[in-house]
Write a protein that binds this ligand. Structure first.
Ligand code: AVJ
Length: 319
């Protein structure tokens, strides 16, 4: 007997209000920025899925390699009965964990996309009719209230998405994860690792141009949702390694001086020729940095696993 329920903690219009606030704030400051969460409309999610299959984009394959190799150890170390997955999306990676977790009864996927949650639950429940799925439509960067589920709980945040948060945001996020955990619970975190610049830049500027299309897609989102008139051909995709911050930055560079109108905000935004709009930061990590950031949030690093090539890490920490 399977159970499925879905709880919405985001008001229906929250997305619209947040997009307006982010676009107004990001495009009226200098340098201009847009937060990466707005990449992921239906088209953007499709493009991201395509990115994960590109030869240059290693993180997804590296993380999958670790999950497959270490799922039995993760299951043994945690004895988890509930898996909470933040930013679960299609729940593709979750399968590797679920397969290894004999004690698991309950899965709590958390995502901003209700359609992704429903689709993922349908697929999972078809395969695992005894699983209880409590889906949560929520923004994982905001305070979360989890349903009461059997412990121990394993909270997972995979894919390296923590790298999209700036250091102060990361500290706040880790503290909020810590607040979700009771004694005996665990946190599983995926982090992409610092490596040579050429490999990193290629992963964010692939030869086929899929990442460029993904980057520009944020402009389509603003056009559609806020009636803006961004000309996608008037911007070039740029991926740059910031060595002092140890993060990749994706930017859109205006190829000419231009003015973009955003009617929903009653705003006109001027770009100079060559001006860059930062659309994403994707931080890369080292073991000691991850350990220290976890410790600051009150989390103890217990296990650190990488793929054979040492490109990506999964860490398991305790409250
Ligand atoms: C989904 C946030 C992990 O930062 O590598 C892929 C998004 N951006 N290519 C990443 C992304 C450009 C990705 N995360």
């Amino acid at each position: 007997m399977s159970t499925f329920d879905l709880t919405r903690t985001l008001p229906e219009d929250a997305t619209d209000a947040a997009l307006r606030a982010d676009v107004l704030h990001g495009l009226t400051r200098s340098p201009k920025t847009l937060p990466p969460k707005w990449f992921y409309d239906a088209r953007g999610s499709e493009l991201f899925d395509e990115i994960t299959t590109l030869p240059e984009y290693y993180p997804t394959r590296a993380e999958r390699e670790i999950l497959i190799a270490r799922a039995p150890e993760i299951a043994a170390a945690t004895g988890a009965r509930t898996l909470v997955e933040l930013g679960s999306g299609s729940s593709d990676k979750t399968r590797h964990l679920l397969d290894a977790f004999a004690a698991l009864t309950t899965y709590v996927p958390v995502d901003v996309s209700e359609s992704a949650l429903r689709g993922a639950a349908r697929t999972l429940l078809a395969e695992r009719p005894t699983l209880a799925v409590h889906a949560l439509v929520a923004d994982f960067t905001a305070a979360l209230a989890l349903p009461a589920t059997p412990g121990p709980r394993l909270v997972a945040f995979l894919g390296g998405t923590i790298g999209n948060l700036l250091p102060v945001e990361r500290a706040a996020f880790l503290a909020s994860v810590r607040a979700l955990l009771s004694p005996g619970d665990f946190f599983l975190l995926g982090t992409d690792l610092v490596k040579d610049e050429a490999t990193l830049v290629a992963a964010y500027d692939d030869a086929a141009g899929v990442t460029a299309a993904f980057d520009k897609n944020v402009l389509s989102v603003v056009n559609r949702e806020l009636g803006a008139d961004f000309d996608l051909d008037a911007f070039d995709h740029v991926a740059r390694w910031n060595a002092s911050q140890e993060w990749i930055e994706m930017r859109l560079r205006s190829s000419a001086a231009q003015t973009v109108k955003i009617p929903a905000l009653d705003l006109a935004v001027d770009f100079t020729a060559g001006e860059e709009l930062r659309t994403e930061v994707s931080a890369k990590f080292r073991r000691d940095g991850v350990r220290d950031e976890l410790a600051l949030a009150g989390l103890d690093l217990a296990h650190w696993w990488t793929d054979e090539a040492g490109r990506f890490a999964l860490s398991l920490s305790t409250a």
